[in-house]
Design a protein around this ligand. Structure first.
Ligand code: HPA
Length: 281
């Protein structure tokens, strides 16, 4: 187990080390981590030497309850790089306590990977963004109540807020993603992601608020994962895939199915980007 896990509380160290040990014994290892959001899971088809397990098989993990999120931990190779992939993630709106959602992320950190790319499906708040666009996350606004690290760290006496790493998203990795996109004909925006509770999409007033505070995309994940990883010393980059414009006046209700379908359209672009990125890292 990696020494970064020593930052976690005793209970968490135990839970993380049990899962890390199990993954190791079952041949799931990697030097780079990847979390694939809604509709992006097929990236794993680009990998070779695949080993896959359902989340429910890993000690302490919960299965996802959303039909389109497949919920598997997969290791494989992209060229010479070994990748540990979370295909699908748990979301706060599924009703589990926050720390249960973050266990798989703490386990990724515990395996000793060097860096993680978090991906998500998101609504576009920025008027320049269109469905199918990609955005490298420069920073986020986390609209969830409470701090994601509450109770997870060993030293509970320090205020977690003062420990929040800044920047959360690694500048070098983010630049590498943008440059890799440019070299592979995949245009990338750079901007700010807003993380909401869900599962409802935002009201018009919320969309107006998020735009006014400078957010460019909106979704229901990623922010807490990024904070935990960077606090544990793992370099993090994030990509939002714009699946829809955030709902404007007069637009029809947006369904999860709409989001998944546009996600399917961008997935080839994302796969091309990630494969090229992994070959450089
Ligand atoms: N809002 C929140 N989450 C989302 C959206 C959205 O418009 N699209 C995809 N995930």
């Amino acid at each position: 187990m990696n020494s970064r896990v020593e930052l976690l509380s005793d209970l968490w160290q135990q839970r993380v080390s049990t899962a890390v040990h199990w993954l190791d014994e079952n041949g799931l290892t990697g030097s780079v981590g990847l979390v694939l959001g809604s509709g992006l899971g097929n990236f794993v088809d680009s990998l070779t030497d695949i080993t896959a397990v359902d989340y429910g098989d890993i000690p302490g993990f919960h299965s996802t309850s959303v039909a389109e999120h497949s919920g598997r931990m997969i290791s494989g190779k992209a060229g010479d790089t070994t990748v540990l992939v979370m295909q699908g993630r748990l979301h706060p709106y599924e009703g589990l306590p926050y720390d249960e959602l973050l266990l798989p992320i703490a386990v990724l950190a515990g395996t000793g990977i060097n860096s993680v790319v978090l991906t998500n499906a998101a609504g576009g708040l920025n008027h320049q963004y269109e469905p199918g666009d990609l955005m490298v996350i420069r920073d986020h606004v986390d609209m969830h109540t409470g701090d994601p690290l509450r109770g997870l760290l060993k030293d509970k006496g320090q205020t977690v807020r003062s420990l929040r790493p800044s920047p959360v998203y690694d500048r070098e990795l983010s630049r590498l993603l943008v440059n890799t996109g440019a070299e592979n004909d995949v245009a990338m925006h750079t901007g700010v992601y807003a993380s909401m509770w869900g599962p409802c999409y935002e009201t018009r007033a919320e969309i107006g608020m998020l735009r006014r505070v400078g957010c460019d995309t909106v979704g229901m994940s990623t922010a807490a994962e990024a904070v935990l990883l960077s606090r544990l010393g793992v370099k993090v980059a994030g990509i939002s895939c714009v699946t829809n414009p955030a709902r404007e006046v007069g637009q029809p209700e947006l369904s999860h199915q709409d989001v998944v379908e546009t996600g399917l359209k961008v997935r080839d672009k994302v796969s091309r980007l990630l494969l090229a990125y992994l070959s450089k890292i």
